[in-house]
Design a protein around this ligand. Structure first.
Ligand code: GTP
Length: 447
C-alpha cells in the first residue's frame, strides 16, 4: 500500500523549471505598476501643465492689473522715466518672459518698447496677455494711449513642469514599489508559506501517518480557501485511513476464512484419502480372509515375473487347495467353512510374512503364494512348513479320508526363463503340480 503514495518532495513540475507563484505575482504587479505609473505620470503631468498655464495666466493678469493704469498715466503724462521703470518692473516680474508696449499718440507714428528676459527669442506655449491702455485725464474721458502685450516665461513654465513631473515620477515609482513589496509580502505570508507547508505535509503522507492531520500555522484562524483546503486534505486522510482499516480487516477475515477453508479441505482430503485407501484395500483384498484377491494378484504377478527375468533371480509359486472342502462344508456347514478358510489364511500369513512374499486367495478354497528369490527346493521347504503350521492348528475335519484335521495339497513350480515368457505359464505349471498332489493322495507337496 505504501507504494500507492508518492512523496511530493520527489515530484517534479510536469514541464520547465520550478517557478515561484510569489515571484510571478511580484513581476506581474511590477509590470502593472510600471504601466500604471506611466499612465499616471502622463495624466498628472498633463494636469500640472494645465495648472501651470492657468497659474501663469493669473499671474500675468495680476501684473497687468497692477501696472495698466500707472502705465497709461505715465504715457499720457509723457513721463519717460516712470514709463521705463514700470516697463522694467513688468519685464523682471517672475512669470514674465517678454513685454511689448505699443505707444499710440495722435498724429505720430506708434512707438514700440520691447523688453525680453532672455537674449534669445523664446516663443512657445506660455500664455500671452494683450491689454489696451486707456488713460482717464479727467472724469468721464477715455483716451487710448497704447497697447500692452505681456508674454509668459516659457522657460519658467517648463522648469515648473519639470519640477512637478519629477516629483510625480518619484512618488509614483515609490508608490508602485511599495505596492509590489506589500503584495509580495502579503502573498508570501498569507499564501506561499502555507502552500509549501501543505506540499510538505502531503509529501510525508503514508499509511502510518494518515492520522496526523494537516495544521496550518496561522496567527488567526480564518474561514477562507486555505482553511477549506486544510479541511478537505484532513477529510481525505480520514477517508483513506478508514478505507485502509476496512481493507486490512477484510484481508484478515479473508485470511482466516482461507485458513479455515484450507483446514476443511485438508480434513476432507484426509477423509477422502482414507476412504480411497479403504476402497483400494477392499478392491485389492479378499473380504473373507483379508488376503490379496485375484485382481491384486494379477497386478503383482507380472511385476514379480519381469523382475525375476531382468535380475535373473529364482521365482517360485505354490498353488494350495484345501482337501475335501466340499465335505467340510457339508459336515460343518458353510459358516464353519468360512471360519476354516480364515484360519488357513492366517496360517499363510504367519508362514509367508517376509517382504516380497505374496499370499493370495484365487477363489473358493484355492490359494496361491508367490515367492521371489526362492527356488524349487526352498519352495518345497516352505510348503512343508505351511503344512506343518496348519497341522499345528488341528482344525478338525472328520470327513477327510487323509487326516483328522484340515489339510492342504500344494503344487510347486519354479520359473524357467528358457521356456516361460509370462507368469500364467508358471501358474499353470504350479496348477499341474497341484493336480499331481491331489492324485498322489492329497495332504502332500508335488513339484
Ligand atoms: N464355506 C465356503 N465354501 C466354499 C467357498 N468357496 C467355495 N466353497 C466350496 O468349496 C468346495 C470345493 O469343492 P471341490 O471343488 O469339489 O473340491 P473338494 O471338495 O475340496 O475336493 P478336492 O479338491 O478334490 O479335495 C465347494 O463345495 C464350494 O461350495 C467359500 O467361500 N466358503
Amino acid at each position: 500500500m505504501t507504494g500507492n503514495f508518492r512523496a511530493v518532495s520527489s515530484a517534479q513540475p510536469r514541464t520547465g523549471a520550478f517557478s515561484s507563484l510569489g515571484r510571478r505575482l511580484v513581476l506581474a504587479t511590477l509590470l502593472f505598476s510600471l504601466v500604471f505609473t506611466l499612465a499616471m505620470v502622463t495624466w498628472r503631468t498633463w494636469l500640472a501643465w494645465e495648472n501651470n498655464l492657468a497659474e501663469m495666466n493669473s499671474e500675468l493678469v495680476l501684473i497687468d492689473q497692477v501696472f495698466q493704469n500707472t502705465l497709461a498715466h505715465a504715457i499720457w503724462e509723457m513721463d519717460r522715466e516712470s514709463l521705463d521703470q514700470q516697463i522694467a518692473s513688468v519685464a523682471t516680474a517672475a512669470p514674465v518672459g517678454r513685454v511689448v508696449l505699443n505707444i499710440v499718440r495722435p498724429g505720430q507714428p506708434p512707438e514700440i518698447i520691447e523688453l525680453n528676459r532672455y537674449t534669445v527669442e523664446s516663443s512657445g506655449a506660455a500664455p500671452v496677455l494683450h491689454r489696451q491702455l486707456v488713460a482717464q485725464p479727467y472724469a468721464g474721458a477715455h483716451e487710448k494711449v497704447g497697447e500692452l502685450t505681456i508674454e509668459g516665461d516659457n522657460r519658467l513654465l517648463w522648469e515648473r513642469l519639470w519640477d512637478e513631473a519629477r516629483s510625480i515620477v518619484i512618488t509614483q515609482v515609490i508608490q508602485s514599489l511599495l505596492l509590489a513589496g506589500l503584495v509580495m509580502t502579503m502573498f508570501n505570508r498569507l499564501v506561499t508559506v502555507h502552500v509549501v507547508h501543505i506540499a510538505r505535509h502531503l509529501g510525508e503522507v503514508a499509511p502510518q501517518t494518515l492520522k496526523r492531520h494537516l495544521r496550518l500555522q496561522r496567527a488567526v484562524h480564518r474561514q477562507d480557501e486555505l482553511s477549506l483546503l486544510e479541511c478537505q486534505v484532513n477529510e481525505l486522510q480520514d477517508n483513506l485511513h478508514a478505507h485502509l482499516e476496512r481493507q486490512r480487516s477484510d484481508e484478515l477475515a479473508l485470511a482466516a476464512s482461507r485458513d479455515q477453508l484450507a483446514q476443511l479441505v485438508e480434513a476432507r482430503t484426509a477423509e477422502l484419502k482414507a476412504a480411497n485407501q479403504a476402497l483400494e484395500a477392499l478392491s485389492r483384498h479378499d473380504a473373507l480372509t483379508g488376503l490379496a484377491n485375484r485382481r491384486y494378484f494379477d497386478e503383482l504377478k507380472e511385476v514379480e515375473f519381469r523382475r525375476a527375468i531382468r535380475h535373473k533371480t529364482p521365482l517360485a509359486v505354490l498353488m494350495c487347495d484345501v482337501d475335501f472342502f466340499k465335505i467340510y462344508n457339508d459336515t460343518y456347514g458353510h459358516m464353519q467353512g468360512d471360519q476354516c478358510l480364515k484360519q488357513i489364511a492366517e496360517t499363510l500369513r504367519s508362514v509367508f510374512g517376509r517382504s516380497g512374499e505374496l499370499a493370495a486367495r484365487l477363489g473358493g478354497e484355492e490359494f496361491v503364494v508367490v515367492l521371489p528369490n526362492v527356488d524349487a527346493r526352498q519352495a518345497s521347504e516352505a510348503a512343508h512348513r505351511l503344512r506343518a503350521s496348519l497341522a499345528e492348528r488341528e482344525l478338525p475335519h472328520s470327513g477327510s479320508s487323509v487326516s483328522r484335521f484340515v489339510t492342504l495339497s500344494i503344487g510347486i513350480a519354479e520359473l524357467d526363463p528358457e521356456s516361460m515368457d509370462h507368469f500364467d505359464q508358471l501358474l499353470q505349471r504350479a496348477d499341474q503340480a497341484l493336480y499331481r498332489a491331489k492324485h498322489q493322495g492329497r495332504d502332500c507337496v508335488a513339484l
